[in-house]
Design a protein. Structure first.
Length: 497
């Protein structure tokens, strides 16, 4: 199963040089920035209110079945083709029990194990014969299963998907086999220094919230998974319930006939998703820092992040952070021009942010050419943040970044799968089908003062976490302690909380 790189935090370690659009939007090519105009002081005068607009260009038809299952239909000009997504609002955020991190991702694997009616081989063969491509991915906040192919195969897709969501069945032996495969996936992924650095960063930045671990979970918990068969059955009962799932169909299909099939095949599905208390991350009151020593030759890296608010349709914070990242550290920023183009101290520089259901992290990542330049790179980043906190905002460039975000999203609506994915990434953290429109309405109204106020409130040293990575023969910045890996014992630092 694939997990999109946009969802991993590997970008925190090896930053790209392109501006960060909303999740999954296509990234525009980086252009050499012209000399920016003189910065202007942020003014407190509010922008005039504009009527709410719709950036999502397609009619969105919403239905809710009596059992709580939500269904969204979008007509798209894709003759004979339809994308079918099943969004489960459960991700690694829901893994609150000690020793049980990584189960949302693990369960994504188990969902392909079949049912009594359609065993795994039958499930695969039927979809392949119908020309349907299938896959899934897990994030911090949700899990998504997707199928794409001929619209005429929708009755089959609906039958198979409804069957596995209600009647999934697997043996303990099959469970143990998959557990070993997931451990192999972990070992492969985290043999990459960027992936490992993201794990270290999260474990250092968070104290109690489940965002402390990556989507894959802590390694000791993954190693113990073969003994958790009974818990896996409980996990399915707890989260794979109709009121926790949204079906999103985008393409060329008969809405009435498809809804009738969904009502027939999903209508008997019963149960309510569990309600759990997510530990609230305490306010950070002192800067954190950690260094990861890599055993193989690699470029030195630096990531600096701050705790920031969650994505909610009724606030401007998600829109602000989606704009602030490329404004501060994207290819048109003075910091990028200085570090990448002029002094050439870094190979790549870019913002690190994507929307989350709970407060998460905003920041910047850089891959350095030399470990001798840690101080200079950090100084340039700190200066950009200090200027913003003082109200120095390039109003013209701010508007250009906002425009780039908007048209980057619109350019991504070029096929049914991309449209469905955008809805998944908007609804996953927020639960709101209209979240994309809300995001871009907030974005349209953002002012220079909004950016300055946000920087003053959140981009302060005591709220920050610095992670560095060095290879053999390289030296980290002075005073930064080396990372101590997680322990299998929950009460020790790094264990599942």
């Amino acid at each position: 199963m694939s997990t999109p790189l946009a969802l991993g935090l590997a970008c925190l370690a090896l930053a790209t040089s392109s501006a960060a659009p909303p999740p999954k939007a296509k990234k525009p090519p980086a252009a050499k920035p012209a000399t920016p105009p003189a910065a202007v002081e942020a003014k407190p005068a509010p922008a005039p209110e504009k009527p709410a607009a719709r950036i999502f260009p397609f009619p969105l038809e919403e239905h809710t079945l009596p059992n709580g299952l939500k269904v969204l239909f979008v007509t798209f000009d894709s003759p004979g083709l339809t994308a079918y997504f099943s969004l489960v609002r459960t991700g690694s955020r829901n893994e609150v029990e000690p020793g049980l991190s990584g189960f949302a991702h693990f369960f994504e694997h188990m969902m392909f194990r079949g049912t009594k009616k359609h065993p795994e081989a039958d499930f695969d063969a039927l979809l392949s014969a119908a020309g349907i491509a299938k896959n899934a991915f897990t994030t911090d906040d949700f899990t998504a299963y997707h199928a794409f192919g001929p619209s005429k195969a929708l009755p089959l897709v609906i039958e198979l998907e409804s069957d596995r969501f209600q009647n999934l069945e697997y043996s303990e032996d099959a469970f143990k086999t998959e557990a070993k495969a997931v451990l192999g996936e972990y070992n492969k992924n985290f043999a990459d220094p960027g992936e490992k650095m993201s794990e270290v960063l999260l474990d250092t930045a968070f104290a109690v919230h489940p965002y402390k671990h990556t989507v894959m979970g802590f390694k000791p918990d993954i190693e113990a998974m073969p003994t958790r068969y009974a818990y896996s059955l409980e996990f399915f009962k707890r989260w794979y319930r109709p009121d926790n799932v949204t079906l999103i169909l985008v393409g060329d299909f008969d809405h009435a006939a498809t809804l009738a099939l969904i009502e027939k095949d999903y209508g008997a599905w019963q149960g309510k998703a569990s309600s759990i208390t997510i530990p609230q991350e305490p306010k950070q009151t002192a800067a954190h820092a950690v260094n990861l020593r890599w055993q193989n030759p690699t470029q030195p890296r630096l990531t600096l992040v701050w705790h920031t608010p969650e994505a909610r349709p009724d606030t401007k914070y998600a829109a602000l952070q989606n704009v602030l990242g490329p404004y501060l550290f994207g290819p048109t920023s003075p910091t990028f021009r200085d570090l990448v183009l002029e002094r050439q101290l870094v190979l790549g520089l870019g913002p690190t942010y994507y929307d989350h259901r709970d407060p998460n992290l905003f920041g910047v990542g850089a891959a350095l050419k030399s470990d001798q330049d840690f101080a200079e790179v950090r100084k340039a980043i700190d200066q950009a943040v200090a200027d913003l906190r003082e109200g120095k905002v390039d109003a013209a460039r701010l508007e250009a970044v906002k425009s780039n975000q908007k048209y980057g999203l619109l350019n991504s609506f070029d096929n049914p799968e991309s449209v469905a994915e955008q809805l998944v990434f908007a609804i996953g953290p927020t639960g709101q089908p209209d979240a994309l429109n809300a995001l871009f309405n907030h974005m349209e109204r953002l002012t220079a003062q909004d950016l300055a106020d946000f920087a003053k409130a959140y981009l302060e040293p005591a709220n920050s976490t610095l992670a560095t990575l060095v290879g053999p023969g390289q030296t980290p910045p002075a005073g930064i302690p080396d990372y101590q890996p997680p322990s299998a014992t929950p009460e020790k630092k790094g264990g599942a909380q």
